[in-house]
Ligand binder design. Structure first.
Ligand code: KG4
Ligand code: ZN
Length: 335
């Protein structure tokens, strides 16, 4: 089954052709990061306008880099949310128009679930690893789920305030490093001392598997203010702040993963979302967690349409429902 996937939830416009949920045939991702960088974050109105300009050329390019034409597509999958309403509408209306023009079924996919599927996509004999623990670390979500199958999840922990990626972005902004903040904080952290500042992530009373990063972000802010009162920050101090902040986030994520593993016996860990690009997170978890870990390939960490097409295949097999008439964008979806 050849699936055309379309992603436009935030500031990446992407299209992909994926066969049977696994084999990526063609994949184009156009990031708008440069456009939003000067504003220090995504400007929703600008994002939707740029999606409108680029979505058709991106889909055309996706086909032209393959040996397929739109008529070869068996199913269209589109990210239905969560995301920015204007951005979501562009992808969804395009997907609906294509589904009508080609007379093919349309399926809506949860973007967050797709981030998780990104690490499952290339794993052979996936079922042998269930039940597994899923860890989603993106710009909007820090979530732990028990995975019993693709499409069968139980949420066991989530962020109560800032998500992990959001905390990276906000710390980058405080330090005027730029946007998106995660990779820039990681770069500075690589030259710093992770124990220079005693930062710690928060705990949520009675909910040990929930995440709270807003107190950590505030601790960074107060530290910065008191240091800046004494004079301009040196590059070494900025590196130490980034390293200490990143270290606190990583320790907290690993601690909660370990705790979650005690609630049931997962056979493996599947991780997804933009923060999983972080090399220190990857090496710390790989070294300290005693179970098989699956990370998305670099191409599939950030927002992309291949994960949408891949998960769309499984969703359609399960539901057998053509959503051409009913699909609407959902700016918030509970996992
Ligand atoms: O999953 P994603 O592309 O978008 C959402 O669905 O939210 O994640 C984007 C987030 C941003 O907050 C970005 O700063 C963070 O992932 N990120 C990183 C790294 N690369 C991206 N965070 C930490 N370290 C990185 N290397
Ligand atoms: Zn995302």
């Amino acid at each position: 089954m050849l699936v055309l996937g379309i992603e436009s939830t935030c500031d990446e416009t992407s299209a992909a052709l994926v066969r049977s949920g696994r084999e990526i045939i063609s994949h184009i991702i156009a990031s708008q990061a440069d456009i939003h960088a000067s504003f220090g974050g995504v400007v929703p109105e600008l994002a939707s306008r740029h999606h409108i300009d680029s979505i058709i050329p991106i889909i055309e390019q996706c086909f032209s880099r393959s040996s397929f034409t739109p008529k070869d597509v068996d199913l269209i999958a589109v990210a239905k949310g969560p995301g920015l309403i204007g951005s979501l509408l562009v992808g969804m209306q395009t997907a609906k128009a294509l589904a009508w023009a080609l007379n093919r079924p349309l399926v809506g996919v949860n973007h967050i679930e797709a981030h998780l599927y990104a690490s499952m996509m290339s794993v052979p004999y996936l079922n042998q690893y269930f039940p597994a623990l899923g860890v989603i670390l993106s710009g909007g979500h820090s979530t732990l789920v028990r995975i019993d199958d693709v499409g069968n999840y139980t949420m066991i922990g989530q962020s109560v305030d800032d998500a992990a990626g959001e905390a990276f972005d906000k710390v980058a902004k405080m330090l005027s490093l730029g946007y998106p903040g995660g990779p820039l904080v990681e770069l500075k952290a690589s030259g710093g001392n992770p124990t220079a500042f005693p930062f710690r992530a928060g705990t949520v009373k009675g909910k040990p598997l929930h995440f709270s990063f807003s107190g950590l972000k505030t601790a960074v802010l107060y530290t910065l203010r008191s240091l800046e009162a004494k004079g301009p920050l040196s590059n070494a101090t900025v590196c130490d702040i980034c390293a200490s902040f990143q270290h606190a986030v990583i320790l907290d994520i690993a601690k909660k993963i370990r705790l979650a593993c005690e609630t049931f016996q997962p056979k493996a860990l599947f991780l997804g979302g933009g923060v999983t690009q972080n090399a220190s997170l990857r090496s710390y978890c790989s070294l300290t967690l005693p179970l098989p870990l699956f990370w998305p390939s670099k191409e599939l960490c950030l927002d992309n349409a291949a994960m949408i097409a891949g998960l769309g295949y499984h969703t359609f097999l399960r539901t057998q429902t053509d959503e051409r008439f009913s699909l609407e964008p959902e700016i918030r979806i509970v996992f």
